[in-house]
Write a protein that binds this ligand. Sequence first.
Ligand SMILES: [Fe+2]
Length: 403
Amino acid sequence: MNAQLPAQAMQESIASRYRAVRQYSLELIAGLSAEDCQLQSMSDASPLKWHLAHTSWFFETFILNTRPNPAPVFDPAFAVLFNSYYVGIGPRHARPQRGLLSRPALSEVLAYRQHVDRHMAQLLADSALPPDIIALVELGLNHEQQHQELMLTDLKHHFSCNPLAPAWRADGPDQTIPEHNRHPTQPLELNGGLVEIGHTGSSFSYDNAQPRHRVWLKPYRLASRNLTNGEYLDFMLDGGYQSPELWLSDGWDAVCAGQWRAPLYWQHTDTGWQLFTLHGLRPLQPLATLSHISFYEADAFARWAGARLPTEAEWEHAATSAPADGLFDEVWQWCNSAYLPYPGFRPASGAVGEYNGKFMINQMVLRGGSLATPSGHSRLTYRNFFPAGARWQFSGIRLAWDT
Ligand SMILES: [Fe+2]
């Protein structure tokens, strides 16, 4: 929320943002069939139909159902089907089995969205809406934007399992070559010292980016851009995936168990390397930004290159004090930082407090944003997080060095 806006303007602003964000979810499925929206290729990736319903469930559960005159319930069964992980709310349908939900049909889910939108529009027209409800609407919009990114990364994984290599769109940003990738990385020199990180001010942030606090940083260098496919190919050709000394123990286990020989979506064919993209199978572009890398691969590459991954404090400090290319619009950048609470972190009370805090175990932080991140959703202080072996997000590598 922006506390500097008069209350009425703030309400109109959030009402129009609500319409825009909800509409964008529908734009993402334009051209897809009901069958496309039903796919679930692995337990980490959900059907697009489920994302469309779950984001509506969030507004219904945390806002519409809590009002003094709750909106009529569209279907009581949806309370279980589309609850993701909120134990405080009640039972949940098992995540690996979301793809089995052929009912409700996509058309019913779209009708559910319209039902929620209709009642949210009535709610947002109330000029006496309490600030805590407006804050929950803001959370719900950011939540939907998170799921919009997942809709693309999940769909890419679903489609990658089809030998026909379907395309989401004929053309788009996946594997385009930014101009800065045509030039060598120029390490940015950072003095470090006593710096502050974390969210501050009245604009929205998730609770996990708070409170702002001080961190001591030694002088360091950060790459001016993200790694390219061609630079990673050098690591592969030098036996990177066959050299256990480069890998963390868990990482080497993942290489062996998954028979990793290349990043996710790379395919070696008679005509050379091909990449599966949101636009179908394409020849590998050496100058395009490397993506779909696990933390383990990022860490091993950095060791091979005589570098290291930045900590999240280094990344945030550099992003606020030194210009760098591809911070937000290419790939999320793995940091050598476990996803832990900031000193003094307090999750929100009630079930909505389950949003972030309970996942602060066994995950690593990523910073930045990606080509799949909705416009306006990235922030310098944004803490994304995934398990170290996750590869289906648009995740890449930005190197750091000690000085
Ligand atoms: Fe969610």
